[in-house]
Design a protein around this ligand. Structure first.
Ligand code: SF4
Ligand code: SF4
Length: 169
């Protein structure tokens, strides 16, 4: 734990070691969708939940022994990465079909723009390096991240052997 970090109880008995500036604020900017241009990692419990909502063979991809939501080529110019691809569930209007139709989304989608990883002293959390350059929602509102950690960190993260969010497609 570095000198600037602090322990915050997110749920009863579940603490996170917070590495980012406690003054940092965040509010997702509707038209951005940058974090949905990637294939998101699915933890085991996400996979079980997703299987109840979508056809896994059409919407998931295996990569280095783990499951990710598929990135697919979209037939449009908006809400896509430079290569024309985006998450299989990202609609043309920039909304997530899973979230919209089922009020559910994979754990990693809630965690963004944060990064999580496990150390001997517990679950650490910081802003993802790439979010500083691409996430439009940082420091545009009054909503401090440190006071709303439960919105970013689903409780399942404390049960995982390896919650490391750096694993990407
Ligand atoms: S599942 Fe939904 S929220 Fe997650 S990356 Fe895909 S479109 Fe975005
Ligand atoms: S990159 Fe940030 S602002 Fe953009 S959609 Fe994702 S969370 Fe919202």
């Amino acid at each position: 734990m570095s000198a600037e970090s602090r322990r915050v109880e997110v749920y009863p008995g579940c603490e996170a070691v917070v590495e980012f500036d406690p003054d940092l604020t965040f509010e997702c900017v509707e038209d951005c969708t940058w974090c949905c241009h990637h294939g998101v990692l699915l933890y085991d419990r996400d996979l079980i939940e997703l299987a109840q909502r979508a056809n896994l063979s059409e919407t998931t991809t295996d990569f280095r022994g783990e499951k990710f939501v598929t990135r697919e080529r979209k037939d449009r110019d908006t809400h896509v990465a430079e290569d024309g691809h985006a998450c299989a569930f990202l609609r043309e209007d920039g909304l997530c079909s899973l979230h919209l139709e089922d009020d559910w989304k994979p754990t990693r989608c809630s965690v963004f723009p944060l990064a999580v990883w496990l150390e001997e002293d517990g679950l650490h959390v910081d802003i993802r390096e790439s979010a500083h350059d691409h996430c439009d929602g940082l420091n545009v509102s009054e909503r401090t991240v440190v006071d709303n950690l439960e919105a970013f960190l689903p409780a399942v993260l404390w049960d995982l052997e390896n919650p490391d969010s750096e694993r990407e497609l």
